[in-house]
Design a protein around this ligand. Structure first.
Ligand code: ADP
Length: 344
């Protein structure tokens, strides 16, 4: 059983506080993803867990023991870096074995662990190669293999797929998910890519400027974002935020919303082309249309000049310059108050 708990973790560099009291928990075997824009403190938080950085205040609990005074080498965490951090002059086998050799693990055991990890990661045939003779995806697998052989309590991943091309990122994402299922280990993963967070996580921690904005399952965050920041960050294309004045012609719809509502959030994929009989509609004069096969992404101008995006099926193709009527189910809208907080 390996659990992780952060309690009121703070971090300052000189006099600048970059982590402002973070509390969170990872259950045994959970895949937790830290996501947020660049500079929000994801890597710093991960490095604090690893012991590569010291928290200014607060506690880091691994399996219920506070480890803030335990060195990185003795925390039982293994970190996989974006840059792979492989030794170029060593073979794949030697790269994977190196950490265990340092711990004086008997050679027979090392061989067994490296062989098992290599099989798990489909590196069997590549053990004699040097990192330069591998593709990006294979190098990243070696870096992951090096973590696996140490049998860590907790795996830490710092944007491990960022250096891979788009196609490889998608397949490595699936591999990581599969690996997590097979190993059943607790994993903490940092990314700025919300799609990666949505597809990998059991639990997502959304960070902004060193604070936790919301913690939840991918579906929980998509369905009930706690504020406009999370609503805008999770989901692609981004949610539309529409002022209530845009719905001037729909008093019944507006009246049914919580009274504090200032902005109405509608995801692009929740719009439909309105049938003539639809009561609840918004006009869209299309300024930009992207055909994507099964769907089309439309951007344009609505009432009061509001800019909206809609994702519609391609059964009826819409072109630039056309004005269409969009409709939506009233119960899929999100409502936010003047401070950007979700209304009840
Ligand atoms: P992220 O991983 O979300 O992009 P980081 O954790 O790298 O963000 O950085 C969070 C903030 O802390 C940033 O403002 C960054 O400039 C600052 N920071 C990170 N490391 C240091 C450091 N060693 N010294 C000073 N400031 C740092």
């Amino acid at each position: 059983m390996s659990t992780l708990q952060l309690k009121a973790v703070q971090k300052s560099f000189n006099k600048t506080t970059v982590i402002h009291g973070v509390d969170l928990e990872a259950a045994h075997g959970e895949f937790v993803v830290f996501v947020g824009p660049s500079g929000c403190g994801k890597s710093t938080l991960l490095r604090i867990i690893a012991g590569l950085e010291t928290a200014t205040d607060g506690q880091v609990m691994i399996d219920d023991a506070n480890v803030v005074n335990v060195s990185a080498a003795h925390r039982g965490c293994a970190m996989v870096f974006q840059s792979y951090a492989l030794y170029p002059h060593m073979s794949v086998y030697a790269n994977m074995a190196f950490g265990l050799e340092n711990l004086n693990v008997p050679a027979e055991q090392i061989k067994q662990k490296v062989t098992e990890a290599a099989a798990l990661l489909r590196l069997d045939g590549l053990l004699e190669r040097r990192p330069t003779q591998l593709s990006g995806g294979q190098r990243q697998r070696v870096a992951i293999g090096r973590a696996i052989v140490r049998e860590p309590k907790i795996f830490l991943f710092d944007e491990p797929l960022s250096n891979l091309d788009a196609e490889l990122r998608v397949s490595m994402r699936a591999e990581l998910r599969d690996l997590h299922r097979r190993l059943g280990s607790t994993m903490i993963y940092v990314t700025h890519d919300q799609v990666e967070a949505m597809t990998l996580a059991d639990k997502i921690v959304v960070l902004r400027a060193g604070k936790v904005e919301q913690i939840g399952t991918p579906q929980g965050l998509y369905d009930s974002p706690c504020n406009t920041f999370v609503a805008g960050f999770i989901g692609s294309p981004r949610m539309n935020f529409i002022g209530r004045e845009v719905f001037g012609a729909q008093p019944i719809f507006i009246k049914a919303l919580p009274s504090a509502t200032e902005q109405i959030g509608i995801r692009p994929e929740h719009f439909h082309l309105a049938p003539v009989s639809a009561a609840l509609t918004l006009p869209l004069t299309v300024t930009h249309a992207e055909y994507m096969g099964g769907t089309q992404l439309l951007r344009g101008t609505s009432t009061n000049g509001a800019q909206l995006e809609a994702v519609l099926p391609t059964a009826t193709l819409v072109s630039v310059g056309q004005t269409i009527n969009l409709t939506f189910e009233p119960d899929i809208v999100h409502t936010f108050d003047a401070a950007g907080k979700r209304c009840a």
